[in-house]
Design a protein around this ligand. Structure first.
Ligand code: FAD
Length: 472
């Protein structure tokens, strides 16, 4: 039996980065991954292929919108064979890079799936057993199939199929209104598919604010996507004419038909094959592995990180969690857990939606005092000349000193702009600090200065009325 200090189950974003750090800290490490293709979800079927296609769709959209800029572009259309080939080339390159890093020999790579035999032992399909002092579970997530009559038996698509399309589907009904559903709805619509999106919650992107979701919904509807929110899905059927989805909406029973159905109702932790009971590892009611702030499960030498542990399904969080687990196992002093007050989230639609830090509705609910101010994109020079009219920038700050608590941006390139807040938030900067920073003209980033100024003015005015210390 081979023994390791640190054994990693799953070589995706969490697992690969955990192994890299564990080796650098002197732990004898192995990564187990049985996937036919190495690379993990982000590279192969998640962030990178979706962003490749969304960017293509944005270029196409701008070309189709040429008239608004005074351009004559007689015919702009998607050549799906070429788009597909380009995506495959780009992703193969990224995956190759990751494969080389996994195979570089710094740690042992074992191309097999593993399952627990006992809390320190993992068994491979060929019967080999591996023992380890510490184990990280980073086995990712799989598509979830909620109990909607007819769904599990229907030949629905998942994001995997949409990201691998080499033709333009005539029509698609999308179930779900989360990040993946919204991003792929816009991609499909922009390449020329008739898209109906059916969301069960009261608004799109339910973890985000209603105001932000309404901007996205408006943009979608303006582009011709049919969006139905606040629905109850009742039945999915499929025959040779395609799919039919029946649902309750506004007190009526409605049906929408399409050639294809995309199940984008979410993902769940990929733990079923791990035989967790043999290790004594507990899961939460939603199936994710319960972990403490050091990513330790209830069995302290077994860690969990990435999508299988949650609570977020975001790559930079998966990486942080994996690296933290490795450092904790190596007993690195003065560790810091993941700081959830810095949570950064991006939806790569156009307009995009990005948030960082605390959200206004959470502050409202917890009755924490705050100040907030917004400024719209349609009242700023750079966005007007770019025909980027949707959305706003919102800044949220603590009301006495003006320390930034969070920001929400919906609009052109929100996913890039939000990073203007990352450093300042981590460094606990105030609105006054940010206003001392230079802001180049004319840029979209300048929009951020308007809500900063509004909050700064409010704090200064309040300080004048009842003098107290204001950080400058
Ligand atoms: C369409 C889509 C778009 C996305 N876009 C973004 C985005 O823009 N930004 C963002 O931050 N996030 C995005 N995500 C989410 C992001 O991809 C995931 O959060 C991230 O990839 C999870 O990494 P992970 O390491 O937890 O899991 P994975 O990368 O899935 O790795 C898990 C690995 O474990 C292996 N494995 C499974 N079972 C076993 C076993 N028993 N033994 C050994 N190995 C095993 C698998 O083969 C796999 O390689 C997107 C997701 C999707 C689906």
């Amino acid at each position: 039996m081979t023994s390791y200090d640190f054994l990693v189950l799953g070589g995706g974003s969490a697992g690969f980065n955990a192994a890299r750090v564990a080796v650098s800290l002197g732990l004898k490490t192995a990564v187990l991954d049985g996937a036919r293709e190495l690379g993990g979800l982000c590279i192969l079927r998640g962030c990178m292929p979706s962003k490749t296609l969304l960017y293509v769709a944005e270029v196409l959209h701008l070309a189709k919108k040429g008239k608004a800029f005074g351009l004559k572009i007689p015919r702009a259309e998607a050549d799906m064979k070429a788009i597909h080939a380009r995506k495959k080339r780009i992703i193969a390159d990224f995956a190759d890079h990751r494969k080389q890093a996994l195979e570089a020999g710094k740690f042992e790579l074992i191309r097999a799936y593993g399952r627990f035999v006992d809390p320190h032992t993992v068994e491979l399909p060929d019967g080999r057993q591996l023992r380890a002092r510490f184990i990280l579970i980073s086995t990712g997530s799989t598509i979830s199939v909620p109990a909607i009559p007819g769904l599990s038996a229907a030949p629905y698509w998942t994001s995997d199929e949409v990201l691998d399309l080499d033709f333009v589907p005539r029509s698609v009904v999308i179930l779900g209104g989360g990040i993946v559903a919204c991003e792929l709805a816009q991609f499909l619509n922009r390449i020329g598919t008739r898209v109906t999106l059916i969301q069960r919650s009261a608004h799109l992107l339910r973890v985000h604010s209603k105001a932000a979701a309404e901007v996205i919904q408006q943009a979608f509807e303006d582009e011709g996507i049919e969006v139905l929110v606040d629905t109850q899905l009742e039945l999915v059927t499929h025959d040779k004419r395609g799919f039919a989805v029946t649902f309750q909406h506004g007190g009526k029973s409605l049906t929408r038909r399409a050639d294809h159905l995309l199940n984008a109702l979410g993902r769940e932790a990929n733990t079923k094959e791990l035989n967790l009971p043999a290790a004594g590892v507990k899961t939460r009611p939603n199936g994710q592995i319960a972990a403490n702030r050091w990513q330790q499960t209830n069995v302290p030498h077994i860690y969990a990180g990435g999508d299988c542990a949650g609570p977020e399904e975001i790559v930079h969080i998966a990486i942080q969690q994996g690296e933290l687990a490795a450092r904790h196992a190596a007993k690195v002093p003065r560790l810091r857990p993941v700081d959830w007050t810095l949570l950064l989230n991006v939806v790569f639609t156009d307009p995009s939606l990005a948030t960082i830090g605390q959200r206004e509705h959470d502050l409202e609910q917890s009755k924490q005092p705050y100040l907030s101010a917004n400024y719209p994109f349609n009242d700023h020079g750079k966005s007007i000349l770019m025909e980027a009219h949707y959305g706003y920038v919102k800044v949220i700050a603590e009301p006495r000193q003006g320390r930034i608590l969070g920001a929400e941006i919906v609009g052109k390139d929100a996913g890039e702009l939000i990073h203007a807040f990352s450093g300042p938030l981590a460094m606990k900067a105030t609105v006054f600090d940010l206003l001392r920073a230079p802001w180049y003209h004319p840029t979209l980033a300048e929009i951020i200065t308007y809500p900063l100024e509004e909050i700064a003015d409010k704090i200064t005015a309040a300080a004048r009325k009842s003098p107290r210390k204001v950080a400058r």
